[in-house]
Design a protein. Structure first.
Length: 341
């Protein structure tokens, strides 16, 4: 009797062992299949916290200009019948896309400047990444579609109405949005399989994928390869379309006899080429360069440029460098702001 009692005291019961095994199994499942992090802290511009009011004012002005410029561009193209062409159909959607991805990151950044806690929920972070990633990828494909439109308009003007019909333009636009949301959905989807046990502090001002992956304690090799493959393909494809389009455009322009004709042809392409160069250049640096600890602050500056500044610049580029847009703006001004005698 005493010996059996001693054995029972020295050995765990079957129910206790079962509970321990279940607990270990749950811990293993959590480590393998998900994350224990419920929120992230966006460090943002922590090194410049003493001048937060200056940064807040600057980014607030930029965001306000982005809203006014892009909404104004959308309304201008919608109301002016002379701008109801394929080129401005794409420009209108470019303004919409710029507005969407700027709005995905800038309001939260402004909130973090004035808030006491710079936090974002885990799901909120992934939603921000999904929206931002989808629209910024769509942006690059719309820019490529605009290059194709310019190529057809200059190199094959007789067949332009047929080749760039409303149906073709809608197909190109739908394809641009499809590629954007496919890219974002795949990359965000694979993040759900990661565990985050290192830290919850993102050294960035929004939820971008590279700084999120840096916090994972899981093997991120596959995620990095998928990200590099998608970004590499999207940039290579869209930039190649732009480059080859402009090679043929340049060859066609040089064949134009009159200097005035060449100048007009160049002016229709200058604004688009400027926007493509700025956008793709900064995006390529951000995602395809070799990452080091010292480059994090430079990456933040690049992210500010293409994520916050470029959406503000595009309406300015297309209004200042585009004769049709300038004429439409003058027409609106004369219609609504003329002085009555």
């Amino acid at each position: 009797m005493g010996r059996n009692h001693t054995e029972r005291l020295g050995e765990p019961s079957a129910s206790t062992s079962c509970r321990k095994r279940i607990w270990r199994l749950l811990l293993t499942m959590e480590q393998n299949n998900g994350t224990s992090v419920t929120e992230f802290l966006l460090l943002g511009f922590a090194a410049q916290r003493t001048s937060w009011h200056v940064l807040f004012t600057v980014f607030l002005v930029i965001y306000a200009a982005t809203l006014v410029g892009n909404i104004g561009m959308i309304l201008l193209i919608k109301t002016d019948s002379s701008l109801h062409t394929p080129m401005y159909f794409f420009l209108q959607n470019l303004a919409f896309v710029d507005l969407c991805y700027a709005s995905a990151i800038t309001p939260k950044m402004l909130q973090n400047f004035v808030g006491t806690k710079q936090s974002i929920s885990f799901m909120g972070c992934l939603v921000q990444l999904l929206v931002y990633g989808a629209f910024i990828t769509s942006d690059s494909y719309i820019l490529a579609a605009m290059a194709v439109d310019r190529y057809v308009a200059i190199c094959d003007p007789l067949h332009y109405p047929t080749l760039m019909s409303r149906r073709v333009c809608i197909h190109l636009l739908v394809g641009s949005y499809f590629m954007g949301f496919l890219n974002a959905s795949v990359n965000v989807g694979f993040i759900f399989s990661l565990s985050f046990c290192k830290s919850n502090k993102i050294n960035h001002f929004f939820c971008d994928e590279p700084p999120i992956l840096a916090l994972s304690c899981s093997d991120i090799y596959f995620n990095v390869m998928v990200l590099a493959a998608f970004v590499g393909f999207n940039l290579t494809f869209t930039v190649s379309v732009v480059i080859f389009s402009y090679i043929f455009i340049l060859a066609a322009i040089l064949k134009i006899a009159s200097a005035a004709g060449r100048k007009k042809a160049f002016s229709t392409c200058a604004s688009h080429l400027t926007a493509v160069t700025i956008f793709c250049g900064t995006l390529s640096y951000m995602y395809l360069h070799h990452r080091t600890a010292e480059s994090q602050e430079q990456e933040k500056m690049a992210s500010v440029f293409y994520g916050v500044v470029i959406p503000m610049l595009n309406p300015l580029i297309y209004s200042l460098r585009n004769q049709d847009v300038r004429e439409a703006l003058k027409g609106i001004g004369k219609k609504y702001f003329r002085c009555n005698p």
